[in-house]
Ligand binder design. Structure first.
Ligand SMILES: *Cc1c(COP(=O)(O)O)cnc(C)c1O
Length: 379
């Protein structure tokens, strides 16, 4: 006869109370603090907080709700803006790439979303569609290519484009915008040249101007016009080469944490992980932490990339796996499974990890995968 299942086995299955493994702690008070830094640097500008790409991986709706101090929000795509509206976000919303089709333009009208207009085809859609609802006109930002050569209309075409859009009863041009190509390098004269080109186009037209991204807010005086559009600085990372976020008074918003799940007492010469690319130089403890490229930790991170174990730097060793990394535990020889591990954030700037991995903070933040729960805190 088969023994009856024990009570422990037949008890209803519930998820464990405390989540283990990688979590991204999102510090909403740091977010508000960083918005304050941007506001103080551009005291005469209104602030459009950029929350595209799921708020640089921080969770778009939670971030939008935590930024009541922003005068507006910007995203890249119409679908992102609709997501914010459907979540109940009511303030001004701007789509930086503009509408991708006539249908998207009509959706922008319905949802009360502002769009950038950066090419002739988008101008034509406005002429064809925008008259449909002249009670709630579609807000437009005309995007000018002042030197980045990514998106934007040629400066010479602007007078004609403004005249055509001005003749559309269902649309209203709110301003001229442009984007800085090299503002991360404060020495580059292109940034101020781009600002002068936009100022010259706006002169005498009574239109708002919008130029600055985070690097502009921090380092390009001429870009702090009617509206600024900070993104990365709100999340507490520095866009300027040679200046740390802490130097700029910014606080990290995301701290990516996990735990040690194994500690191996290894021997001199033991090879670590896939390909055995690193071997122990002496008898030593090697830790395994539960995070890998399946969570968005960069596979390119080389041996030596800093990681914190119980707050102490312990270098990554060997190759990054999908779900795990190896750590040299000699700096914390009594470390044991369950000990907290920090990949970046509080105590370890994401820019430092990005630099080791040959990328930028933006990419590491954006590519934290959906497997990693975001936990909002306001400490
Ligand atoms: C992403 C973006 C921003 C924000 O840039 P940061 O460098 O993150 O401050 C501003 N403007 C435009 C047009 C963008 O695409």
């Amino acid at each position: 006869m088969i023994a009856p299942a024990s009570a422990a086995v037949t008890a209803p299955i519930t998820a464990p109370a405390a989540v283990t493994g990688p979590r991204a702690r999102i510090d909403l008070s740091a977010l508000a603090h960083n918005l304050g830094v941007a506001r103080r640097l551009a005291p005469h500008s209104r602030t459009c907080a950029v929350v595209k790409a799921d708020a640089y991986g921080h969770g778009m709706v939670a971030v939008a709700r935590a930024l009541p101090g922003a005068d507006g929000l910007a995203v890249a795509r119409v679908s992102e803006a609709i997501g914010l509206r459907e979540a109940g976000i009511a303030g001004p919303l701007l789509v930086l790439e503009g509408a991708g089709s006539r249908e998207e333009l009509l959706a922008a009208v319905r949802y009360g979303i502002q769009v950038a207009v950066h090419r002739e085809g988008q101008v034509a859609w406005v002429e064809e569609c925008a008259g449909l609802d002249d009670r709630a006109p579609l807000g437009l930002w005309v995007k000018v290519d002042t030197g980045m050569h990514r998106l934007g209309l040629d400066p010479g075409s602007i007078p004609d484009v403004l005249a055509r859009l001005g003749a559309c009863p269902g649309a209203r041009v709110l301003g001229l915008m442009t984007h800085l190509a090299n503002a991360d390098n404060p020495e580059d004269p292109l940034s101020e040249a781009q600002c002068r080109r936009l100022q010259a186009l706006g002169a005498g037209r009574g239109l708002a101007l919008s130029i600055a991204n985070s690097a502009g807010v921090l380092a390009v005086a001429g870009s702090r016009t009617d509206w600024v559009r900070p993104g990365i600085m709100l999340y507490g990372a520095s866009p300027l080469s040679g200046h740390s976020a802490a130097d700029l008074g910014l606080r990290p918003v995301m701290t990516l944490v996990t735990e040690l799940i194994a500690v191996q007492p290894l021997r001199r010469g033991d090879a670590i992980g896939y390909g055995g690319t690193w071997s122990c130089p002496e008898d030593m403890p090697v830790g395994v932490a539960a995070v890998g490229y399946g969570d968005g930790y960069p596979r390119q991170a080389p041996t030596g990339t800093p990681v914190l174990v119980r707050g102490r730097p312990c270098p990554l060793v060997g190759r990054v796996s999908m779900d795990m990394i190896h750590l040299d535990l000699r700096p914390v020889p009594d470390a044991c499974p369950g000990d907290p591990v920090t990949l970046w954030g509080e105590g370890l700037p994401v820019e430092d990890v990005a630099g080791r991995a040959g990328t930028i903070s933006y990419e590491l933040l954006c590519r934290v995968t959906s497997r990693v729960p975001r936990e909002q805190v306001t400490a």
